[in-house]
Write a protein that binds this ligand. Structure first.
Ligand SMILES: [Zn+2]
Length: 592
């Protein structure tokens, strides 16, 4: 649909801003042809990666990730798990472990060999360039490879004829002002990816049903028309992108063999391309304006059917648009994967469950990770904490106002070892997976909540819209978020980011020494002290009867005097649960 194409170009100011911002964005264009051979349990493929060096430096190597190689013995992932007595990938046999291995690589027609700087881990591959790549020039890297997910599912996997190809292709690493951003794939922290355009042709058995990043511009993904769906272009959105000839990379024969079919997908401005296939997938579709929503679940999954996940997805996406701005992609697919939990990819979510909470969290990642492409190895909180916060906010707005009180008490009640590492710690440096989760998700979420309460919801919303306008479809940092919120709040927030993200500072307010005396004019003079323990600080609200005060002082003990019309029953510090404290039980004192 032309309307969609126009919208994508014109209505996302962030696209233009990101490209004009200081720094640079490398040009990455993939054309991939892949054939899934189910009898051999093997995907064979060829990619032509056209890489344009928009940086001011000459490059003599390019780096790609082969993430599937994490799910096999002796990978950095498997060795990290061994430290915690988890042998699930270390002991996987030759028929069961995942792999992704090169068959042949050429650079501008010359054969080259990949090098594995982290061997025996092979999730990061270096491809030497025969001639350095000068600024402003492009190189064609043609890669033939074979790949297979593992039978033990973890963010990818296979089971019978179901394949979760969350990872499957040599995925270009990010090259930015800090150089090549490479890290072996580890249990802690997921991804950091370069924006790219994808043109992917998948050759699969005729009865396979596919969900993927992007839109199926040609071929039948196997979605049966559901009652009420409009047929043709609107549903498949085959015209979502401007026409581009289907140039072959010479891997697939002219036409598919008997019993097989091809589906060609395209996606733009995405930093990952993922897909799943299962002949048992049932398809349900819906729409949010011109955005197609696809839901794929295995036949008989009653908690997914009758449009329930379609509605949950649309509700989540519409709410997120109301917070940030328009979703910039033509479609969103939620599919049922082998493993429980969920993993986010641009335009695609692989979920083990169908609950509104899980759908919301993963759809939130369409923004906090897909559109705001943070470096999850370095700043996991910036997408996981953010997505968790957005889920909580969504729940709060749908009637559960106890959500933040329980989040605060959950974090406050964590064992000390989980709280001993700052939130903004590189994912791989957390001592345990539990500590990583506790800080990146739970305390990260509370960080966003406290920030909203600190600057007020109106400024917070304005700040998030600014963040979207400035940084949609680009790599984002803590600094980008902070500057956007500071612009809206009109105040410096450096101390707040520093304290809650970069230290383990704790804080505990308490009330004591409460006295109340009636005055000659009938009013009550209430005096009390608010004490603060711990090395953290926050402005805090106190409520005395119908009076509310905000205390901005930094003294460890502040004496406060409040006049009230009636004799108040109690003095309460932080009555609206806006601050993370170690102990909330001492926040209240009765007026004797
Ligand atoms: Zn998440």
């Amino acid at each position: 649909m032309k309307r969609i194409a126009l919208f994508v170009v014109a209505a996302v100011p962030g696209v233009v801003t990101a490209q004009q911002a200081p720094g640079f964005r490398q040009g990455v264009d993939y054309r991939i042809e892949a054939r899934l051979d189910e009898a051999a349990q093997m995907l064979r493929a060829r990619a032509r990666l056209r890489y344009t060096n928009n940086s001011p430096r000459r490059l003599d190597t390019i780096y790609v990730h082969q993430h599937l190689n994490a799910f096999r013995p002796n990978s950095a992932w498997a060795r990290r798990e061994l430290e915690f007595d988890n042998r699930r990938f270390q002991d996987l046999g030759p028929d069961d472990h995942a792999f992704e291995r090169f068959v042949r690589i050429t650079v501008n027609g010359s054969a080259v060999q990949a090098v594995y700087p982290g061997a025996p881990d092979s999730t990061v591959a270096a491809i030497p360039l025969p001639r350095p790549l000068a600024p402003g020039t492009a190189v064609d890297v043609v890669m033939d490879w074979e790949a297979r997910p593992s039978t033990t599912a973890r963010r990818q996997g296979r089971e019978g004829r179901h394949y979760d190809f969350a990872q499957w292709y040599p995925r270009i690493a990010v090259y930015d002002t800090g150089g090549w951003q490479t890290q072996p794939l580890l249990p802690q922290g997921e991804f950091f990816g370069e924006f790219a355009s994808y043109d992917v042709t998948l050759d699969v058995a005729t009865d396979q049903v596919i969900g993927a990043t992007g839109v199926p511009v040609a071929g039948d993904p196997g979605w049966e028309a559901v009652p009420g769906a409009a047929p043709g272009d609107l549903f498949y959105l085959r015209g979502a992108y401007a026409e581009r000839p289907a140039a072959s990379v010479g891997f697939l024969e002219a036409s598919p063999e008997a019993g097989r079919k091809r589906v060609r997908w395209r996606a733009e401005d995405v930093h990952h391309f993922a897909w799943s296939a299962d002949p048992e997938f049932r398809h349900e579709g819906g729409r949010l304006r011109d955005i197609a929503v696809h839901v794929l679940y295995r036949d008989g999954s009653l908690e997914w059917d009758l449009g329930v996940v379609v509605r949950r997805t649309i509700r989540s996406l519409a709410w997120l648009e109301s917070v940030f701005g328009r979703y910039p992609y033509p479609q969103l697919t939620i599919l049922q994967r082998i493993e429980s939990g969920g993993t986010e990819f641009p335009m695609l979510v692989m979920n083990g469950g169908s609950s509104q909470g899980l759908v919301m969290h993963e759809v939130a990642h369409q923004y906090a990770h897909g559109i705001f492409a943070s470096n999850e190895w370095r700043d996991a909180w910036l997408d996981e904490g953010f997505a968790s916060f957005l889920s909580g906010w969504f729940v709060e707005q749908h009637g559960n106002d106890a959500v933040w009180r329980s989040s605060l008490s959950q974090v406050a009640g964590m064992p000390e070892d989980l709280l001993a590492t700052p939130v903004a710690t590189p994912a791989a440096d957390f001592p345990t997976f539990q500590a990583y989760g506790a800080m990146s998700y739970s305390k990260g979420s509370v960080f966003f909540y406290m920030l909203r309460e600190l600057i007020g919801e109106e400024a917070f919303r304005q700040g998030l819209r600014t963040y979207y306008e400035r940084h949609a479809l680009s790599h984002v940092t803590e600094q980008n978020l902070r500057r956007s919120l500071e612009a809206a709040a009109g105040t410096d927030l450096g101390w707040f980011f520093q304290q809650w993200l970069h230290t383990t500072a704790s804080l505990d307010f308490a009330v004591d020494s409460v006295t109340a005396e009636q005055q000659g004019d009938g009013r009550w003079r209430v005096r009390f002290a608010v004490t603060r323990e711990g090395d953290g600080w926050m402005p805090v609200t106190v409520r005395v009867g119908d009076q509310v005060r905000r205390l901005e002082g930094r003294e460890a003990r502040q004496v406060v005097e409040v006049f009230t019309a009636e004799r108040p029953l109690e003095v309460v510090v932080d009555p609206m649960d806006q601050v993370l404290e170690t102990d909330k039980s001492n926040n209240k004192k009765a007026v004797m």
